[in-house]
Design a protein around this ligand. Structure first.
Ligand code: SF4
Length: 271
């Protein structure tokens, strides 16, 4: 979103630099995140009385009614409307009418392609490869806020990483909502490990890190293939959630404690 504004001639600034437009990308992962999202929206309006305040993201997606009652918020956009953000802000500048646009993400079938990131101030780039989750853990709202699994086309991921590497960025972090599901919605058989193998070949990239991994993905074959990729950092974030099988079952997690231990043993043995 920052890049879209930049490409349209806007200047990016911090919230203490008297902004004309403030974008708050909200979160709904816990009820504390919901509360913080509301607090931040109030705070930015209080501190920037004349600024246009835009709320986007997951809290918006699942709680738009609460947000529409907040006078501090001028524009409310769901997750699928992020690509339209510049257009929506410019429409508001012309019409001065508060607006809300939220598409039901549960009906979305394709990954929302925001284009390659060419603007970054960091030495490592975060590369999003998929959105959504089909797991429906009982405690989690994410499948409702993000919809079903939509994987990004491999050629778009590879192109983005190639462009990032041309800018001198050597480290990438592969991220998504549930990266273990990457490719399950493709017709061809192309999964996370295939993508990592292709990214490992890109010249200029020196380190590849992976976001949180579902333990059931880590088969012996996955670990074997990963161990041959010299750029993948040996640091893995496996979500355990509970050490009690009964609780894991109630959480609708797809593994037992014993399977989790096996996964970590595979990693230790092979990597
Ligand atoms: S796998 Fe993760 S994102 Fe998906 S429902 Fe479970 S906790 Fe939520």
């Amino acid at each position: 979103m920052a890049q879209n504004f930049k490409e349209n001639g806007y200047i990016l600034c911090n919230e203490n630099e008297n902004p004309d437009i403030v974008i708050v990308n909200t979160c709904t992962v816990t009820n504390i995140a919901d509360r913080k999202s509301r607090q931040i929206l109030r705070k930015v309006k209080e501190e920037n009385k004349n600024a246009i305040v835009v709320a986007v993201g997951c809290y918006v997606q699942v709680s738009s009614e609460n947000l529409s009652q907040m006078p501090e918020v001028d524009i409310i956009l769901g997750n699928s409307e992020k690509k339209e953000i510049v257009k929506k802000v410019e429409q508001f500048i012309l019409e001065h009418k508060p607006s809300t646009q939220i598409i039901d993400v549960n009906k979305e079938k394709d990954f929302l392609e925001m284009g390659a990131i060419t603007f970054t101030e960091k030495t490592r780039a975060t590369i999003k490869i998929q959105d959504g989750c089909n797991n429906f853990c009982t405690y989690c709202l994410i499948p409702y806020a993000r919809g079903r699994v939509r994987s990004r086309k491999k050629q778009n991921v590879i192109k983005e990483v190639q462009e990032i590497s041309k800018k001198g960025i050597q480290e990438i972090v592969i991220t998504g909502i549930h990266i273990a599901s990457y490719g399950i919605d493709f017709e061809e058989s192309y999964r996370l490990i295939d993508l990592i193998e292709d990214l490992n070949k890109i010249e200029g990239i020196k380190r590849i890190r992976l976001g949180s991994l579902e333990p059931s993905l880590v088969t012996e074959e996955f670990a074997q293939r990963l161990s041959k990729l010299e750029k993948v950092c040996n640091h893995f974030h496996l979500s355990l959630q509970s050490g009690c099988n009964e609780t894991l079952k109630r959480m609708n997690r797809k593994y037992t404690c014993e399977e989790f231990v096996n996964v970590t043993r595979n990693f230790k043995k092979i990597l």
